[in-house]
Design a protein around this ligand. Structure first.
Ligand SMILES: NC(=O)c1ccc[n+]([C@@H]2O[C@H](COP(=O)([O-])OP(=O)(O)OC[C@H]3O[C@@H](n4cnc5c(N)ncnc54)[C@H](O)[C@@H]3O)[C@@H](O)[C@H]2O)c1
Length: 242
């Protein structure tokens, strides 16, 4: 696969879970990797892996612009952006507060808009870029109790298609990855019963790992995926078959 040695990769929400696995995998492949995070981060761990880290709330446009400007100033470019940061605030529609709707949409969908707009400006001037948005299979299938999350993830899929059309002429590919059930802290809070129900619906009969998602990200970040744009690839053990 392509050489990532000259590549500068930015991963949002890279402090743990899927984002951390993506950051480590691309750093191991030779890329210079920068992660952004919202809350605390184990700085010594990321320093030991030679992964740079910047505090940045993706929902805050001003913070995003400042961080992207300083990354481009320091590293001269960003070749790959992975929009991974995301949250859940689950509940049935009748019990869902406006606050829970807003914070999920602001993080998962507006965050992708904020980051993509800021980063692709510099990609356009270099006439090269790969944007990979982490959505979810529930953005395709729907899921009771997650109207806010599902709306945000379906929004990311539509956003990916539209921006792929806008930026194709600038040699910028933008694709999405839809994970199924991946074992992270986000899914760790679900009950055993809910997990067992998910497991029963997975053809490959096992949960995914952060590495499974990182493998797909690495392909979309590589030059081997040059003829793919606007797509959503499900990495879900076969739940969604399109
Ligand atoms: N775990 C799964 O099964 C699963 C399935 C489908 C999609 N996803 C998606 O994958 C992505 C990563 O999920 P995960 O399971 O690793 O979750 P996680 O909760 O373990 O990690 C989420 C990361 O996003 C960061 N983050 C949250 N809000 C942020 C903000 N406003 N600004 C910057 N960073 C912020 C967190 O600090 C953390 O690093 C999310 O977009 C999630 O929706 C996960």
């Amino acid at each position: 696969m392509s050489d990532f040695k000259e590549k500068i990769v930015l991963v949002t929400g890279g402090s743990r879970g899927i984002g951390k696995a993506i950051a480590e995998s691309l750093a191991d492949a030779g890329a210079t990797v920068i992660v952004t995070y919202k809350n605390a981060i184990d700085e010594s761990y990321f320093n030991s892996k030679n992964i740079k880290h910047f505090k940045c709330d993706v929902a805050d446009l001003k913070s995003v612009q400042e961080v992207v400007d300083s990354i481009v100033k320091e590293f001269t470019k960003i070749d790959v952006l992975v929009n991974n940061a995301g949250i859940t605030k689950d509940g049935l529609l009748m019990r869902m507060s406006e606050e829970d709707w807003d914070v999920v949409l602001d993080t998962n969908l507006k965050g992708v808009f904020n980051m993509t707009k800021a980063v692709t400006r510099s990609m356009m001037s270099k006439r090269y870029g790969k944007v990979i948005n982490i959505t979810s299979i529930v953005g395709i299938m729907g899921n009771a109790g997650q109207a806010n999350y599902v709306a945000s993830k379906a929004g990311v899929i539509g956003f990916t298609k539209s921006v792929a059309k806008e930026l194709a002429s600038r040699n910028i590919n933008i694709n999405a990855i839809a994970p199924g059930f991946i074992e992270t802290e986000m899914t760790g809070k679900l009950s055993e019963e809910v997990k067992q129900n998910y497991l029963n619906s997975i053809p490959l009969k096992k949960f995914g790992t952060g590495q499974d998602i990182a493998n797909a990200v690495k392909f979309l970040a590589s030059d081997e995926s040059a003829y793919i744009t606007g797509q959503t690839i499900c990495v879900d053990g076969g739940i969604v078959m399109q």
